[in-house]
Ligand binder design. Structure first.
Ligand SMILES: [Zn+2]
Length: 182
């Protein structure tokens, strides 16, 4: 199967009519991991919004990648931006521009299903899918990544990073971190 199709969620903003050059950029971006969650890459996270290739002088071309931070002020964004630039430069563009779009809002729904499975295996509860308005019940329906019980409670709104919360599981009596839904 096309790896692009495995790693992208249904609402991932990848146009179907990708040229081979644009597709190569998307595939290269799979090598850029989230420094805070090394099992996920930026495609899994759904933070890449657009890839554009434009002709430059001679036979050269330039590439512009637009990404959005998962959380405003997320310290990982600068590292990811640099890694995106490095990965795309390897493809031989004359220049690469990485735009960080703070206007577009990332929501945890952009994370692919595949990414949520990887996240749980990593020991981090995936963000809950929010349907309609965010309710207390939805926020608390968090499955423990160790034993899969949903008998869990919030212990701290802030975990080891800004985007994580700390929860406790009554079933297996273990604490775990959750990727907060936004
Ligand atoms: Zn548990």
């Amino acid at each position: 199967m096309d790896p692009l199709l495995i790693n992208t969620g249904p609402i991932q903003n990848i146009p179907d009519d990708n040229s081979p050059e644009v597709k190569a950029v998307w595939l290269a971006l799979e090598n850029v991991k989230d420094p805070e969650i090394p099992v996920l890459n930026v495609i899994d996270m759904g933070i890449i919004y657009n890839v554009e290739i434009n002709p430059a002088e001679g036979n050269a071309s330039t590439c512009t990648v637009t990404m959005t931070p998962t959380f405003v002020g997320c310290p990982a964004i600068d590292m990811m931006k640099k890694s995106v630039e490095e990965e795309v430069m390897k493809l031989g563009f004359s220049s690469v521009e990485v735009k960080v779009d703070f206007e577009n809002t990332w929501t945890s729904d952009r994370m692919s299903e595949d990414a949520k499975i990887k996240l749980e295996k990593f020991g981090l509860a995936p963000p809950v899918v929010i349907e309609g308005e965010l309710t207390e019940a939805q926020l608390n329906n968090v499955r423990c990544p160790h034993c899969h019980s949903t008998d869990t409670t919030l212990r701290s709104a802030f975990g080891s990073t800004l985007c994580r919360a700390i929860r406790f599981c009554f079933a297996c009596q273990q604490g775990f971190e959750q990727f907060k839904p936004v």
